[in-house]
Design a protein around this ligand. Structure first.
Ligand SMILES: [Zn+2]
Length: 150
């Protein structure tokens, strides 16, 4: 299980190696994504709180990157944070997510990105529920929910 210490360590000393890489030009991403998806994932935007479709959905399944379809989180680690953005306590796999220090807007935060294609997903904070204490605060528009089928 990842803790805040691991997250800081990744952001300072480097991230785990992803299983694969997906790299495209801005024009290719732009052709594939909606305007809002492009603004958030490729230009580090943030959606308005409570506006995201996945914010209050707790169906079972995997949350995949909207850009490269890599699984990032799953429904078992989603929790209701009351912030207005989908929130998780852990990544689906340690090397699914990449972390970078973000000093924009006069704050020092840790940015969360897809480790496969570098899509901006959101930020991570050390005020989540136990035992990990982590809160991944993720834009709904940066993910697609792949529902469990049986
Ligand atoms: Zn991705």
């Amino acid at each position: 299980m990842l803790t805040w210490k691991d997250v800081i360590n990744f952001s300072v000393n480097g991230n785990p190696t992803p299983d694969r890489r997906v790299e495209k030009t801005e024009a290719e991403w732009s052709a594939q994504l909606t305007l809002e998806q492009f603004r958030i994932t490729r230009q580090k935007g943030t959606e308005r709180a409570h506006s995201g479709a996945l914010c209050s959905i707790y169906d079972e399944g995997k949350y995949n990157c909207i850009c490269c379809n890599t699984p990032l989180f799953d429904s078992t680690i989603k929790f209701s944070s009351g912030t207005g953005w989908p929130s998780f306590t852990q990544p689906i796999k340690e090397n699914a997510i990449k972390y970078e220090k973000d000093s924009s807007f006069g704050m020092v935060r840790v940015e969360v990105m897809c480790n496969t294609c570098d899509a901006h997903l959101g930020h991570i904070f050390p005020d989540g529920p136990e035992p990990s204490g982590l809160r991944y605060c993720i834009n709904s528009e940066s993910m697609t929910l792949e529902k469990e089928t049986d």
